[in-house]
Ligand binder design. Sequence first.
Ligand code: 2RA
Length: 333
Amino acid sequence: MSCNIAIAGVTGAVGQEFLRILEERDFPFSSVKMLASARSHGKKLTFKGREYTVEEMTDKSFDGVDIALFSAGGSRSREFADAVKKAGAVMVDNSSAFRMDPDTPLVVPEVNPEAIKDHKGIIANPNCSTIIALVPIWPLHNANPVKRMVVSTYQAASGAGQAAMDELALQSKDILAGREARCEAFPYQIAFNLFCHNSDLKPNGYNEEEMKMVNETRKIFSCPDIAITCTCVRVPVMRAHSESINLEFDSPITADEVRELLSTAPGVTVLDDRENNRFPMPIDADGKDDVYVGHIRQDESIPDNRGINLWVCGDQIRKGAALNAVQIAERLV
Ligand code: 2RA
């Protein structure tokens, strides 16, 4: 069935990736609206060989739309959610606005596609670092319940948008040329540096990004009691996130069994070449759909062979945002 779609936030890094992925996957649409802020009104862009004009997003923008893919920031998602629902459309929202709302399914299609049917007009895309962690953890958890997860993320500049990616490039040039690094998209120098994710700190001392991993995992896995802790760091990498993941399982499990389970897992590519010490790097995942998993090994510090360490890399803009949302939309048509 073909449908009428709208892309809200079309000029941003994720918005542009929506278009690339919709074209690559030959998404069955009959019409598409390109929506952005007033600043971009009138801009021209080409999609599937046709020229489109970007329109300023208003309450009327969603009349006749079936699916609205949103990546325009949480305040815009909240501002236009009622207009989308009133128009009878479904919002697939990449912002954090509705992720923890009990009436809003939070979906990774490889993990909990069945949750999509419960939507009440809005389906939330999880945070990029959550998606990239859960795609490989889910098949393991299904085979042998995970009791505890310790995740450390090494997050690319892309997570803070196109301006942040541009800043990484510019700062790198400036510093190599002996000039001062100008910090606008990030509060600190990102080139040749790294820092704890600069999202707001919660009363418990964790930042918002870390608590997203904790809270979203429990919702997506429907495991409110799973023990999980997380440290999120911004690193000078352009667009793929990396994550070190330590898992404590219910029962014994070996690295070979993990490798076997992941070798057939949807959305996962195993890159675990011990002989050549070759494991996933962000540049392996750049522009790819799959999450790359490697450096799979037993955690001897957890008794009874119930501990495993993984290293994963995933493209933050693709599987971490745009691809996951389009895969949700594909299940709506
Ligand atoms: C980040 N996950 O990387 C957040 C938002 N995309 O900053």
